[in-house]
Design a protein. Structure first.
Length: 98
């Protein structure tokens, strides 16, 4: 958990939880035990908090005329903590399936 927190991109925008990625990264050593416990309970229960399914949706410019809606794609900004647990599960499954 701590290595995932330390690898957070500090330039990512804040998600629906309004916790800036820099704060998670800077406080990694203090919040690792709390998040580890929470993640373990979440995995054992086979569920994640429903709030983690929320996302901020923003248009992201691709190219061309900036006034044309066709030149934008949707961008969803989710909870950083949700991205971390998803990454841990993915890594574990990938290692198991090798």
């Amino acid at each position: 958990v701590q290595s995932k927190l330390l690898s957070i991109d500090p330039f990512e925008p804040t998600g629906p939880d309004n916790i800036h990625p820099v704060d998670l990264k800077e406080k990694a050593s203090k919040i690792t035990p709390i998040l580890r416990n929470f993640f373990n309970k979440s995995i054992q229960a086979c569920t994640i908090p429903s709030q983690w399914k929320l996302a901020h949706k923003n248009p992201k410019y691709k190219k061309g005329n900036k006034k044309s809606p066709a030149n934008y794609r949707p961008s969803s900004i989710t909870f950083e903590t949700c991205k971390i647990i998803e990454n841990i599960i993915k890594s574990t499954l990938t290692e198991y399936l090798k």
